[in-house]
Design a protein around this ligand. Sequence first.
Ligand code: ADP
Ligand code: ASP
Ligand code: MG
Length: 420
Amino acid sequence: MKVYKFGGTSVKDADGVRNLKKVLQTIGYNDTVLVISAMGKMTNAFELLVTAHLLDDEKGVKEVIQYKEIKDFHIKMINNLFDDDNHPIFEEVEDLFNDLNGFLFDNNFSDYDYVYDQIVSYAELLSTKICSAYLLENGIKNKWLDIRKCIKTDNHFRQANVDWEITCDLLNRKIKSDILTVTQGFIAGDNYGKTTTLGREGSDYSAAIIAYCLDAKEITIFKDVSGVLSADPREFENAILLNQISYKEAVELAFFGASVIHPKTLQPLQKKKIPLRVKSFVNPLEKGTLVVNGVDIEPKTPCFILKKNQILLSISDKDFHFIMENDISEIFDYLHQYSLKVNLIQNSAISFTVCIEDNFNNFGSLIQDLNDKYKVLYNKNATLYTIRHFSEETIRKIELDKKVLIKQLSRETAQIVVQN
Ligand code: ADP
Ligand code: ASP
Ligand code: MG
């Protein structure tokens, strides 16, 4: 088997869906599972719907507006893709919106993470239903699969953890190689039939889970770029294509924030030595980047990664005591409790500094807790630059005209936090 994953950018409009069909016709789709994520920026739009649903104090006004905007987008999409107004997809899309509406109407829960997963998952269901129907209509036989019935997780909503044994068993039972399977990324299900999600941008990871469980021979992730580049072309000029990188190098790049691959994707693939190809959905016959065991990086070149919205937090004892192991352990307990992602650590005798990311809006609570015992200083809105395979010259280039807050060098990696 092989697994293909098409992200939101590839199906952001009707032409994108048409291109998906062309790509499949060009490269073939025998023994294939096709993972498609939400169309364009629909996950962001659904996030706004969750906020409106839970926090709107204007009697649902914002909720209704946001719901309509999302519905209009999908209706416009199917109107554009299907000539026949009586095509069953119109009813299927309507059914999904009725379900969603039912949830919004009946829901009494206020737990943000739980409600988020129940609502945001519709973006993936809608996208895959529409693409599956379009492919079928245009001669590509396929079977739509509800991945929530196969990828099973705990109920850690918004960051669910996979139960690998059950998942592998279910995937092997439900997926047949005689027909193209079309399914969702990012979403999964817990044991009580509730929808969970695997973390934003998690559909790369879903594809890797499926590849791992099916012992796939390869996985290909299609992007709007020609592969993994030496930097994000939106942020840096002159980024070059990496022809081949090792799993380890890919993990490092993804971990430090190269958003072209979701960081969790690599571990299951590396475990079973499943080659990963990252290539362009515009030029699918080009080779792109191959991620396998082997040379670290080819061509050998410095790679630049930028992470915005960082917080540089320095914690010291109120009475000028040393920061000891027990303090660090306590601080990390808090960071874990509040799901704050740590991207850099630096320790001195009397202070402990971390560069963190507050993806779940918990920083205020952390500060409240830390303030009881420690003196806390922080810079919000900082940017973290990471350079893999750095040289003095590349560091100088990054530091030019910027206010450097902290810098750390190891053998292959330089990290520089600057104030915006
Ligand atoms: P998807 O459509 O799967 O959601 P993304 O938009 O998440 O795809 O990822 C593709 C984007 O990742 C590219 O458009 C590019 O701007 C960005 N990106 C960040 N770092 C890199 C990198 N090192 N190489 C290539 N693309 C990168
Ligand atoms: N649609 C989800 C998101 O935007 C998952 C993904 O695209 O990978 O986060
Ligand atoms: Mg994405």
